[in-house]
Design a protein around this ligand. Structure first.
Ligand code: SAJ
Length: 419
């Protein structure tokens, strides 16, 4: 298969790094995005997301001419779809962005093109897209058809990179290659082998689709176990982090870390893709609910302490300062999407209207929905001025804080950093 040009459709947290890696490997890459600002930003050699090392590669690739962004798809040999698949209000998967991307490339498809879907998708999506394309391009044959000669190959190859280490993991992680036919898998596998060091594991499209959902659900279930344990520990006045450390000394036990809930745009979302289409996914559903409940549980703990000070000192909530340590969705990143910490901050603003101090070393400005009701402060200002301090993210900047600096202030340590 000759690869003269690759199009990456959707220049977000996965698409842009993928386009950067491809163009950096001297493959002519078209980055396609519906957002004019994103297209302009990339064509100026800049980036609109935060990911270590990404800006430099994009800049080099744009300067060398291997990467260019467009609003509309360009005729290419390979199309990689990396658009978001969010949740609908009823927690069912919304795959309209994938459908739109597929419809947009239909008119530029040519014989022997390969389409790779990387977006997290419910089981059956790849074949569904193949059927949609057939309706739009009856002149071509697609892999869901019972035909000896297939013109267009389609494979589902989920992205599996961790935000913050995307560029390394894009190259070093193994890939799951789920072709609709074996030939689709072979072609996709050959393509990835050109720029990744990890192994390509070939399977069918449905297994690949479910594997991505299974990986993130596995993590969600295991975090739910840790979160449930932390609440059981509270009932028994036991330190959950000490308990987990001790239990993990067992050679076959590896309990994850509890926290204020699960954030981000993957682990808190993907399990619903299984639940929405299954009658038997009980543990997966319960784990999602347990992790959502943990956010509520931490907020209730904080509420009790605020009310306690209000009645003890006979003051209104506005006189009470609460310092929130961390609002990103996890440690050492600036990504606030789906952050349980932000949920807790918002609930505190809505329910009490306390003086809100936020310590978030990874951002320069607070998000719009909380910036008028809270202040971004330094670690030392927060320690000096708060009545209650609550840890919500275990950023590296917080681990060196000495618990004694808080004197008599109330501490709620949802991440176990002030043990
Ligand atoms: N968390 C805990 N306790 C833990 C570990 C994590 O509460 O012990 C929380 C984090 O604080 C965060 C959330 O879980 O709020 C998710 O963080 P994460 O680091 O587990 O995962 P993500 O969402 O950054 O990335 C995941 C990864 N999937 C797996 O590890 C199975 C990544 O490889 C995927 O590519 C990514 O989802 C994705 O895009 O699907």
């Amino acid at each position: 298969m000759n690869i003269n040009k690759v199009s990456v459709i959707g220049l977000g947290y996965i698409g842009l790094p993928t386009a950067a890696i491809l163009s950096n490997s001297k493959i002519v890459t078209c980055g396609i995005d519906v957002d004019n600002d994103v297209v302009d930003t990339v064509n100026n050699g800049d980036i609109h997301i935060t990911e270590p090392g990404l800006k430099k590669i994009v800049q080099n690739s744009v300067e060398s001419g291997y990467l260019k962004a467009y609003l509309k798809p360009k005729s290419s040999d390979i199309y990689i779809i990396t658009v978001p698949t969010p949740l609908n209000h009823d927690n069912s998967p919304d795959i309209t962005y994938v459908e739109d991307a597929i419809k947009n490339i239909a008119s530029v498809l040519n014989k022997s093109n390969l389409i790779i879907i990387e977006s997290t998708s419910p089981v059956g999506t790849s074949k569904k897209m193949s059927r949609i394309l057939k309706k739009l391009r009856p002149d071509l044959t697609f892999p869901h058809e019972d035909s000896n000669e297939i013109d267009i190959n389609i494979a589902y190859c989920p992205e599996r990179v961790i935000p913050g280490n995307t560029l390394n993991e894009l190259v070093s992680n193994d890939r799951v290659i789920g072709g609709i036919t074996d030939e689709c898998s072979n072609k996709a596998s050959k393509f990835y082998s050109k720029f990744i060091n990890g192994k390509c594991h070939k399977t069918n499209a449905e297994t690949a689709e479910l594997s991505k959902l299974a990986e993130n659900s596995f993590r969600d279930v295991n975090i739910a176990f840790a979160n449930e344990l932390s609440m059981i520990c509270d009932e028994n006045n036991i330190n959950p982090w000490e308990l987990i450390e001790i239990a993990n000394k067992h050679p076959r036990v590896n309990i994850l870390q509890p926290g204020p809930g699960v954030g981000g745009h993957c682990i808190a979302v993907d399990p619903w893709f299984i639940v929405a289409n299954s009658n038997v996914a009980k543990i997966i559903r319960q784990s999602r609910e347990t992790n959502l409940y943990k956010t509520e549980y931490v907020f209730k703990k904080l509420s009790r302490e605020i009310k306690h000070i209000m009645s003890k000192k006979e003051v209104n909530a506005e006189k009470i300062s609460v310092a929130f340590f961390g609002i990103a969705f996890k440690a050492n990143i600036d990504d606030l999407r789906g952050s349980p910490a932000i949920e807790i901050v918002k609930k505190t603003i809505e329910s009490f209207g306390c003086n809100i101090l936020i310590v978030e070393p990874n951002i320069q400005e607070l998000p719009n929905d909380i910036k008028n009701s809270s202040n971004l402060v330094s670690v030392s200002d927060a320690i000096d001025n708060c009545d209650i301090a609550i840890s919500l993210v275990d950023h590296k900047e917080f681990t060196s804080i000495n618990k004694l600096d808080f004197n008599e202030k109330i501490l709620i340590d949802s991440k176990g950093i002030w043990n």
